[in-house]
Design a protein around this ligand. Structure first.
Ligand SMILES: C[S@@+](CC[C@H](N)C(=O)[O-])C[C@H]1O[C@@H](n2cnc3c(N)ncnc32)[C@H](O)[C@@H]1O
Length: 227
């Protein structure tokens, strides 16, 4: 709340206690989100400045609390081109409660148990910290296939996922995500979904425990132009 408050959001007395009580009761699927709320990762991505210049339809695929959507709006990305999608309202509701902006931006979000978007609808798709929460290989294949289908030919898919550098190993731990892939495996999934050879840039990851060799991979790839 302090971080979000620094953006100008104000809260009535006892709001914090009310929120804690609400979310203790409801539960939040990915508790790590709580510690990074108000710090939209998209802003630090190596492709972000270029993404802001694309201005065609933009999908945040697995938008969580909606922090990245709010960052796009703050950076002047055309509002009418922005869509955030997630499978459930849980994280999004937490975002609305913290930013207190339901009335202002709820229309930008689509929530559905299955991916609802048709072929070639988007110019750019962002995937922030979603790949590493998808434990099932078949579900990840579907996620990436959906992204490829919803992009127009030549469209950009960029984002981030936790992983490990090739040659290193890291067992999943109870605080970490269910999927920790080496760079080559991430590339294989993306290429199998029809994307061009991806660019991956390793960034430091805040380790949860000694021996945690994970890193954050920022990724960028494209849907090939049709021949
Ligand atoms: C760790 S959060 C990241 C949220 C946000 N993208 C961010 O950068 O802060 C992962 C999100 O991915 C969503 N997610 C997981 N599997 C998904 C899928 N198959 N399709 C769409 N969203 C998915 C979860 O519901 C959750 O909100």
């Amino acid at each position: 709340m302090h971080r979000v408050g620094a953006l100008g959001v104000t809260y009535p007395d006892n709001y914090c206690d009310t929120l804690i009580a609400k979310y203790e009761k409801d539960g939040v699927p990915y508790p790590h989100i709580l510690s990074i709320l108000g710090e939209p990762r998209i802003r630090g991505h190596f492709f972000y400045a270029q993404a802001l210049r694309r201005t065609g339809p933009f999908l945040d695929y697995g938008c969580g609390t909606g922090d990245n959507i709010r960052q796009l709006l703050r950076d002047g990305f055309p509002r009418e081109q922005i869509t955030g999608f997630d499978l459930t309202w849980e994280s999004l509701n937490l975002g609305f409660d913290l930013y207190r902006d339901w009335d202002a931006i709820q229309d930008l979000f689509v929530v559905n148990g299955t991916f609802p978007f048709g072929k070639g609808m988007f110019d750019t798709i962002y995937s922030g910290s979603v790949i590493h929460v998808i434990s099932e290989g078949a579900e990840l294949e579907k996620y990436l296939k959906n992204a490829g289908n919803a992009l127009r030919p030549g469209g950009v898919f960029f984002g981030s996922t936790l992983g490990i550098k090739d040659g290193e190993s890291c067992e999943p731990d109870e605080l970490g995500p269910p999927r920790v892939m080496p760079l080559e495996e991430i590339c294989r999934y993306l290429e199998a979904a029809g994307f061009t050879r991806p660019v991956l840039v390793a960034r430091p990851h805040e380790a949860h425990r000694p021996g945690d060799t994970k890193c954050v991979f920022e990724l960028y790839t494209k849907k090939p132009l049709e021949k």
